[in-house]
Design a protein around this ligand. Structure first.
Ligand code: ZN
Ligand code: ZN
Ligand code: FE
Length: 757
């Protein structure tokens, strides 16, 4: 029996190769009909034998291209029309503003096969791609997504490419960046002065890297710097030239066979490593790993990624060793992405440039993820993920722009049920990053057709993102407290609206009482929050100096725990000259802002345990404390809670007292660090139990940069779940300040609706 169905597919189904995929499926099942894009997604009419049409419907979701996100499939029968042929109908112009922009996609298996097949016309062609893979977000200048609006506009297709492009049965059907050696961009190798070098660029670059030189490599979202990761001198040279002291370098390995000799990984991590998004995955290094120690000094993890462009595949295969592949920049500047700019900024760092003439429109860093209980936990959401929307189960009342925080800034525009979170922009105090911030705002508004009615910002008056927001006219301005934004971002991440118990533990965020918060228990929904608990506040002597020098926090916490006569400890001897003046500063409250930060507590304990007294990158002391901790340790320290007018205060100094007590009894630092982690988890549990007693809430949202710590996250979740809590954690956006803009967007939208009602 024949039947005809009209099928509507909603979600992220445009610009991701969905129509060719539908076409292939329909043809395989001998169906007639058509597929087209419209303003809401993809529309299909399929006619054929009843069971084939059924099979087609069932396979749609299963066989969707990797980047498609299907939200809903609706179908109903319609009269037969006798179609025997299946066609891809042209999309209706004018409706395409609603088109989603695809993230960049790693080279697919088919393109890879062609790349290394001598008979193929794209054999060793370094810029090859197809509908299923290649550059997208990074080359799109405007919408609708068409070759003319990408940086491929300057490369007219040759006849062969045009044929593939127009053939619905071809893998390159409507692949906007399609190209070949005859018509597309070309790879070149430039020397340190920018002069082209003759010979095969890949082979020359490989030879230079093998000889210990630094080679700048143009990737999807910017330039990287590559050196032989097994060569200690080469890696040290790169550190010196980049002015990067200890922050770990990421590695690229030719394939899993090399990764196996470097780090431990399970099936969840393997899925992340090989996914078409190709993030950097943080993994525990093996003792036998042959990697220069300067790659990640003092760090037991390595950040690993697999090749994601044909250039990477060609280069790493030629080398067959792991290479350091780190952002092409000096110190904390944004990654270089324009060719002239790269030559200038990386002069003196790179000995050669492996580059090509396909321009990058948007600078995009590599994404960084960890795997937690087999699912991804993003630490930086950028290349491969941006600008795929976060889908929420409610409507944004009006178009929103959220400006994010100061460090790890991202921005977010939202409308309908979609929040478009930007790529990682960086630390705004850096001028180039601030310029990227304003450019990203303009680009995202144009790309996603969002003319914001509401502009959301952090309450910190000194954030450059806040100052920018307050300058905007003709929009409704909405300040969102930092930790409320953290909790809201976790809610949006999980498609929930609360109310929940929000636990926001991070470095610092501006509180509504003018102190710096960071160890917070909120009762929150999207519209508002109440601060019902927090770590007891302490002084941060020297402000910024206390962040850079964790020993200062140790001094403050020791005084909190023991008064004026703490036991003699090594950390005091190491800083004897400044110890008293720092304490004086703290007592007098001069240049010593008050904070309830959990991050600063971790810093203090790290300094007490001799992990480190000063840091060279954000979060370093806490990261090393996590790595020091013995995960087999099960003991906990006691910590007292005190009632306050609004709830409770956790006396974190009790933990410091216990840590010192253990130190004096010669307990191993790894055991003490383990107990400290357990104790913080225990304190969180008790905070949540107290709140549950008063409110009846039993869902907890965990957010803030401190929850990048997987040992703490694991210990906290296992305790909460054992006591019947439902726990929400981050899966799509980072728990750190990279997720703040999403939280701001959902809060501002909900607040505006509530105030109007
Ligand atoms: Zn491909
Ligand atoms: Zn061509
Ligand atoms: Fe934060």
């Amino acid at each position: 029996m024949r039947t005809r169905l009209r099928i509507r597919v909603e979600g992220v189904v445009q610009g991701v190769g969905f129509r060719p995929c539908v076409y292939a499926l329909a043809t395989r099942l001998s169906l007639g009909g058509c597929v087209s894009n419209d303003s809401q997604g993809v529309r299909i009419e399929a006619e054929g034998e009843w069971d084939n049409v059924g099979r087609f419907l069932a396979a749609l979701e299963r066989e969707a291209p990797p980047l498609a996100v299907i939200e809903r499939i609706a179908s109903h029968t319609m009269p037969l029309q006798g179609d025997t042929r299946f066609i891809i109908a042209p999309s209706q112009r004018g409706l395409e503003r609603n088109v989603f922009v695809s993230p960049d996609v790693a080279t697919c298996a088919d393109c890879l096969r062609e790349l290394f097949k001598p008979a193929d016309r794209r054999y060793r062609y370094a810029l090859t791609n197809c509908t299923n893979c290649g550059p997208r977000f990074t080359i799109i200048c405007d919408v609708p997504y068409d070759r003319a609006t990408t940086t491929m506009a300057a490369f007219p297709m040759c006849q062969d490419c045009a044929r593939e492009y127009h053939d619905p049965t071809d893998r390159r059907f409507h692949a906007q960046p399609v190209a070949c050696p005859g018509c597309g961009p070309r790879l070149t190798l430039l020397d340190a002065w920018g002069r082209p070098v003759a010979d095969d660029p890949i082979m020359q670059a490989a030879r230079l890297i093998r000889a210990g030189h630094v080679v700048a490599v143009k990737g999807l979202g910017g330039y990287h710097l590559a050196v032989d990761a097994t060569n200690e001198t080469a890696v040290m040279t790169l550190r010196t030239r980049k002015y990067r002291e200890e922050k770990p370098f990421a590695l690229m390995a030719p394939g899993l066979h090399v990764v196996r000799n470097l780090v431990e990984f399970g099936p969840g991590e393997e899925r992340l490593l090989t996914s078409p998004r190709r993030p950097i995955v943080l993994l525990r290094r093996l003792a036998r790993a042959q990697i220069a120690s300067a790659t990640a000094p003092g760090n037991q993890c390595l950040g690993i990624m697999l090749p994601y462009t044909p250039v990477h595949h060609l280069l790493t295969r030629a080398l067959d060793i792991p290479i350091v592949l780190t952002s092409g920049n000096v110190s904390d500047e944004p990654i270089a992405y324009q060719d002239d700019e790269a030559l200038e900024r990386l002069r003196g760092i790179a000995d050669a440039f492996l580059t090509h003439n396909r321009p990058i429109h948007i600078r995009t860093d590599d994404s960084v993820v960890r795997s937690f209980r087999g699912t991804p936990m993003p630490l930086r959401r950028s290349r491969g993920y941006t600008p795929q929307p976060i889908i929420v189960p409610w409507e944004f009342s009006q178009p929103v722009l959220a400006c994010g925080a100061e460090l790890k800034n991202t921005i977010c525009v939202a409308r309908g049920r979609y929040a478009f979170l930007s790529h990682h922009i960086g630390d705004l105090e850096n001028f180039a990053a601030f310029r990227s911030f304003t450019e990203a705002i303009a680009h995202f508004q144009r790309l996603f057709d969002v003319r914001p009615k509401i502009v959301a910002y952090d309450l910190h008056p000194e954030y450059l993102s806040t100052k920018w927001a307050l300058d905007q006219e003709g929009v409704e301005l909405c300040g969102v407290q930092h930790h409320h934004a953290h909790v809201a971002s976790c809610l949006a991440d999980n498609a929930e609206a609360g109310p929940v118990i929000g636990v926001a533990f991070d470095g610092l965020g501006y509180g509504t009482d003018g102190t710096m918060w960071g160890g917070e228990f909120l009762v929150a929904d999207l519209a508002g929050f109440e601060r019902v608990g927090h770590l007891a506040t302490v002084a941060m002597p020297g402000g910024m100096a206390a962040i850079k020098e964790p020993w200062r926090m140790a001094a403050v916490y020791l005084e909190e725990a023991f008064g004026h006569h703490p036991p003699a400890l090594q950390v005091m001897q190491r800083h004897a000259a400044q110890w008293q003046s720092v304490l004086k500063m703290a007592r007098a409250g001069v240049l010593a802002p008050l904070t309830s930060s959990a991050g600063r507590l971790f810093d203090a304990v790290a300094a007490l345990l001799g992990v480190r007294d000063s840091i060279t990158y954000e979060g370093q002391a806490a990261i090393e404390l996590e790595q020091l901790a013995d995960p087999a340790e099960t003991d906990t320290f006691n910590v007292s809670f005190q009632s306050t007018a609004h709830g409770f205060e956790i006396r974190a100094a009790d933990l410091v007292r216990a840590v010192v007590d253990n130190l004096l009894r010669q307990v191993q630092p790894s055991a003490i660090a383990g107990r400290f982690h357990n104790s913080v988890a225990e304190a969180i549990l008790h905070g949540c139990l107290t709140i549950r007693e008063h409110t009846g809430l039993h869902t907890v949202a965990l957010s803030g940069g401190v929850f990048q710590n997987m040992l703490l996250l694991e210990r906290t979740i296992e305790r909460l779940e054992a006591r019947g809590f439902r726990v929400l954690r981050h899966r799509q956006v980072p728990p750190n300040d990279g997720g703040i803009s999403l939280g701001q967007a959902v809060v501002a939208s909900r607040k505006a609706r509530v105030s109007r009602a």
